[in-house]
Design a protein around this ligand. Structure first.
Ligand SMILES: [Zn+2]
Length: 418
């Protein structure tokens, strides 16, 4: 039997599968890159005789976290700079990407990847204007690379759409095994409708997840409502066509009026969604990816209500802000704002759901990642939770006091020992 085929059993105070109830004194067994058993420790040990066993004391084992929104190549950029205004950030980030070489983007990407793994993130949606970097090939991280589509000038729509198709073909030829593609439409104000439609067709043909930044800032709201404001001035320099022809109440209404949002799309931020927006998005079975610290910084608010009415269609992202990629810290911000004495555990559960199962299904990876069960990929994280906790308190404990120790990605351990 080769080392790769040996079954390894990991037991801990708790196993939190997310797809089923927490298991006290639980264990999981891993063979190759798959989980082959999950259950109470004694039962797993009885079924998996002959495998190696590792005890993780004071910890729980839970699925690896899924970061729904990041810009890993901008990690270095964010290490050195911070902005209060989204337009300032967009201008500076554009300038940075044009001026630094591939090596520096690669270094940023590497440091972002390390930061993800350190924080228990085993899958990440990484927005890229360009394609693969050398570091992608050896990253111990499941990457969903969102090819970012930008192009406000309708005249350039066909060439931008061809560029997207070409990059996706190159990606398919060269992609590391654990990488997937997605289409990231920057926003309705940075993508002409012609290009938007063409990119959706490309994504539809290849059955790729589609995502867009939407309803993020006050200036985006005044762009659709009044055709005035800082964003309009910004777009005017690029293209007058980026302005809507008539006013709408919200960016979501604008998209629906143009019939330009596909089933299951991922709306990133959604900071200013109205109840009517949420109903429209629910009809399309869309997902909303909240990035708490980024939403507070650029949108000046957290959309707290959406945890209660659509928790199975919420994801969590970090937007690479401050270059930390710490999803549990983002979860903590949300929990602190949403929870009260009566709903703490229910809210914590919804938030961890957003970081695991819901994100997996949004990305078309349900059953593969985001939960611990027989047959799933062996992506999991050991989280130390000091103190004694009962089953219904575990999600809250992970978010409030959890500390990532060992991370297993695709059957290989990183950090915290062998
Ligand atoms: Zn973003």
């Amino acid at each position: 039997m080769s080392g790769e085929d040996m079954t390894q059993v990991y037991s801990a105070d708790w196993v939190l599968p997310m797809s089923s109830s927490p298991i006290a004194d639980g264990a999981i067994a891993v063979c190759g890159n798959r989980i082959v058993d999950v259950g109470p420790r004694q039962s797993v040990l009885a079924r998996q005789r002959g495998g190696s066993t590792t005890r993780l004391d004071g910890s729980i084992i839970m699925p690896g976290l899924v970061n729904g929104h990041a810009h890993l190549t901008l990690t270095r950029f964010y290490e050195e700079r911070s902005f209060d205004d989204l337009l300032d950030l967009m201008r500076a980030a554009g300038e940075y990407c044009r001026s630094v070489g591939r090596d520096q983007l690669d270094a940023g990407c590497r440091s972002g990847q390390e930061s993800c793994i350190r924080n228990g993130v085993t899958s990440v949606v990484d927005w890229r204007h360009s394609g693969l970097l050398p570091c992608d090939y050896d990253a111990p991280l499941r990457k969903i690379i969102a090819f970012e589509v930008i192009g406000p000038r309708p005249a350039s729509a066909s060439s931008r759409a061809r560029w997207l198709s070409r990059r996706l073909r190159e990606f398919e030829r060269n992609r590391p095994p654990a990488a997937r593609a997605a289409v990231g439409l920057h926003s309705p104000y940075m993508v002409s409708w012609t290009l938007w439609g063409e990119a959706l067709r490309v994504a539809g043909r290849k059955r790729l997840p589609v995502m867009t930044h939407l309803s993020e800032t006050h200036s985006e709201l005044s762009w659709v409502r009044t055709g005035r404001g800082a964003l309009v001035e910004h777009c005017r320099r690029l293209s007058s066509i980026a302005r809507p022809r008539r006013s709408y109440h919200t960016p979501v209404e604008l998209l629906f009026a143009r019939r330009q949002i596909p089933e299951g799309a991922i709306v990133v931020h959604g900071t200013h969604l109205t109840p009517s927006d949420r109903r429209l998005l629910a009809r399309k079975r869309a997902y909303i990816c909240q990035c708490p610290s980024s939403n507070l910084r650029y949108g000046r608010r957290l959309p707290l209500h959406i945890l209660s009415d659509a928790s199975d269609r919420i994801m969590l992202g970090c937007d690479s802000l401050s270059a930390r990629h710490d999803l549990l810290a983002e979860a903590r911000i949300l929990l602190n704002r949403c929870a009260n004495k009566g709903n703490e555990h229910q809210v914590a559960k919804a938030i961890l759901n957003a970081c695991t199962i819901a994100a997996a299904s949004a990305l078309g990876l349900a059953g593969q990642i985001g939960s611990l069960h027989r047959g799933a990929l062996a992506d999991w994280v050991e989280v130390a939770i000091p103190g004694r906790w009962r089953a219904h308190e575990l999600e809250s404990a992970v978010i409030r006091v959890g500390e990532t120790r060992r991370v297993m990605f695709n059957g290989e351990c990183y950090g915290g020992g062998p």
